[in-house]
Design a protein around this ligand. Structure first.
Ligand code: UD1
Ligand code: UDP
Length: 377
């Protein structure tokens, strides 16, 4: 069986490590994987670092599309992906998540009848102003095999009319939905101890034995709106009076901080001893930070889930989340970009640190399950 895997943005590169590892360890005699990097993320610390650290095979193709508007970026990727699908003639294209690289892969493959496997299917924010919501819906509705990580994802697909008890042959018109756990849970379990051994970021940041907050911010709905970005940074300034904060800065945020925050606020943030603004870190460093943090504040999908994997409370800097279970179990609070709500959530978690984290993301072997289903087709 031949798979073409499309990756492009940081979280997809990390997710791909789990499938590639399973292929290398258990299926190398039966499955050939051709890896295509669209080039959506291209800085070394947003891309190359993960290939080295997570032992992901070097991409067979790199489309080098780089940054552009949604339409231009997606169009360039679609053109490149179509061309190489025609050349490679795979049995499946494998698409992760909800980025423009996912959308381009879905549109290119569906039109030339290459069956699509969507990993992380069924997630919905019910907020179509998010570019990712459009990407997810299109990809799900073009897919043949849909692997959903959560029960909420399964329910969403049911509601959208996907059949649940159908038999094969499976096609784009008779798609098969599997609820199989989260491939990122596979990765977090696999790399957790390796991260402790191989990184020294906690010592390097002089945080050994000290409680700290880990924060990430990169959603366009936060970075691109000065009032929202300011509210988030006001809360960070306030929180830094109580706890050190580590903030690995996504390049989008690094750029927009300079235009969307007042000079006065920038000076406060950049001169603060308790706000550690650092470049994007590697995945092993990120896991180490998540394991040692007392609390996580983020608008990232991946990071809010990893907070849960490592049993940390999370303040979500968005009005809604696709990962509803982590809010329903009381381990995350939706605070949006609202300083008052962020401070209330912090006060709540300080007095009520969560202790129960039910297993809702599978058993750490989602990758093997997915590959078995593909082989059965
Ligand atoms: C993208 C995804 C988002 C995902 C995020 C993960 C879409 C629509 N969005 O958002 O779902 O959560 O990746 O990180 O696909 N930039 C650099 N260097 C890089 C990459 C980006 O400087 O290596 C800067 C550029 O100024 C670029 C901006 O970041 O314009 C945004 O990058 P882009 O890939 O368009 O979107 P993200 O915000 O990263
Ligand atoms: N991540 C990382 N270094 C960082 C920030 C995040 O390795 O500096 C990892 C994080 O652990 C998670 C993934 O990147 O696995 C999440 O990606 P991101 O927040 O960029 O996107 P999202 O998950 O919101 O799509």
């Amino acid at each position: 069986m031949k798979l073409v895997t499309i990756i492009g943005a940081r979280p997809q590169i990390i997710k791909a490590a789990a499938l590639s590892r399973a292929i290398r360890n258990h299926y190398s005699d039966r499955i050939q994987e051709v890896i295509v990097h669209t080039g959506q993320h291209y800085d070394d610390n947003m891309s190359q670092v993960f290939f080295e650290e997570l032992q992901i095979p070097r991409p067979d193709y790199n489309l080098h599309v780089g940054s552009a508007s949604h339409g231009v970026q997606t169009a360039r990727m679609t053109e490149g992906i179509e061309e190489l699908l025609i050349k490679e003639q795979p049995d499946f294209i494998v698409l992760y998540g909800d980025t423009n690289s996912t959308l381009a892969g879905a549109v290119a493959a569906a039109k030339i009848h290459v069956p699509i496997v969507h990993i992380e299917a069924g997630l919905r924010s019910f907020n179509k102003s998010m570019p990712e919501e459009i990407n997810r819906i299109v990809c799900d509705h073009c897919s043949t095999l849909l692997f959903t990580p959560t029960k909420a994802g399964l329910d969403n697909l049911k509601r959208e009319g996907f059949p649940m008890d159908n038999n094969g042959p499976f096609t784009i018109d008779n798609p098969k939905v599997y609820h199989c756990g989260d491939i990122m849970y596979d990765n977090s379990l696999h790399f957790a101890n390796i991260a402790e051994e191989k990184t020294d970021i906690i010592q390097h940041l002089e945080l050994k034995g000290k409680p700290f907050i880990l924060a990430t911010i990169h959603r366009d709905s936060n970075t691109d709106y000065p009032e929202r970005l300011s509210a988030i940074f006001d809360s960070l300034i306030e929180l830094s009076k109580e706890s050190p904060i580590v903030l690995p800065l996504h390049p989008r945020t690094a750029k927009l901080l300079k235009t969307n925050l007042s000079n006065e606020k920038q000076t406060l943030i950049f001169s603060s001893n308790n706000i550690k603004l650092i470049p994007p870190v590697s995945f092993l460093e990120m896991i180490a930070l998540e394991r040692h943090a007392q609390l996580v504040m983020t608008d990232s999908g991946g990071v809010q889930k990893e907070a849960y994997f490592f049993k940390k409370p999370c303040i979500i800097l968005r009005p809604e989340t696709e990962w509803v279970e982590i809010v329903q179990t009381g381990n995350a609070i939706l605070a949006d970009a609202d300083e008052g709500r962020i401070m209330l959530a912090w006060a709540y978690f300080k007095d009520n640190p969560p202790t129960m984290f039910p297993e809702i993301f599978g058993d750490g072997h989602a990758a093997e399950f997915m590959l078995d289903q593909m082989l059965k087709m």
